[in-house]
Ligand binder design. Sequence first.
Ligand code: ACO
Length: 315
Amino acid sequence: MKILGTGSSVPQYELTNDMLSEMMDTSDEWIRTRTGIRSRRILTTETITDLAVDAAKKCITQSNIPTSEIDYILCHIIIPDMTTPSLASIINKELGCTCPTLDLNAACTGFIYALDVADSLIKAGKAKKVLVVCAEKPTHFVDWNKRETCVLFGDAAGAVLVGQGGDECYFKLSTHPTDALTCKRIATPSPFYHDKEEVYPYLEMRGRDVFRLAVHNSFEDIKSVVNEAGVTFSDVKYYLLHQANVRILEAIRNELNLQEECFPHNIECRGNTSSASIPLLMDEMNQSNKFSEGDTLVLSAFGAGFTSGACLLKW
Ligand code: ACO
């Protein structure tokens, strides 16, 4: 599998830590030192569908490949604007395509899962080019009265077009059951069913447990794909990790004993954008010409489930 193009889209509105400290009992110092975040982009006038379509269109333009060549559209989104049709179907319509479309949900690990499905479709001969779009609006499922979680997130969409060719990719995916990170949904009213207890429909997180799970699983996943590919940690040009917290990135980097420049990040100005964080970072780096043909990249993400996954691929 080979990456043929990238694209991304973020909302116009920028919410800084200082602005947050005027809304609630928090400070730039607390947020920055614990997470690395200085500001994030938040949906105000746009919808997440707008961002997803924009990222997809930019990706297709950047790849210089006609939309008629897209064989499959895979989207990852935790809370879509529409229950049905899928976000992938909406993007298909906006691009003027008629290919198969599918939405997935693997929480913040979604991009790695979607790439694994895309790679499998390509290997099975069912598709030659697959468009993968991750779009997330976590600012719509955090409780804005809870400073522990609402300061962590931003909204964004990222897209990649992948196709046949390139070197073998290596994946490691797993799920380790835990309730350290959950978000319940209120049942749609029906004369036959109602929630037995009052539902708290916002993200609930045991931050320190998530931190430990993220570092442990990401480290194990990275070791697994690097070993399977028969390379060393220092053969990898960049480790593109889910942008959840700069301290998580630092902990993994220290375990691997690698230089800072191997672990690029944009969490300082984007916040945690869930499954969109890696394709967003990848596109911003691609736009800055950070990648060269043949660079070895390791992607690693983790999220509710507790899902985790890594992928080693060549640019
Ligand atoms: N501003 C100021 N104070 C705060 C804030 C805030 N926004 N949030 C919490 N505090 C206070 C708490 O009330 C607590 O006060 P107390 O000691 O008086 O009780 C104190 O700060 C320490 O709180 P902790 O939760 O223990 O802080 P911790 O050092 O663990 O940092 C954090 C919290 C940043 C969430 C950390 O646990 C973490 O990064 N965990 C990883 C989770 C993560 O990254 N989640 C992202 C979403 S999940 C994903 O993407 C996979």
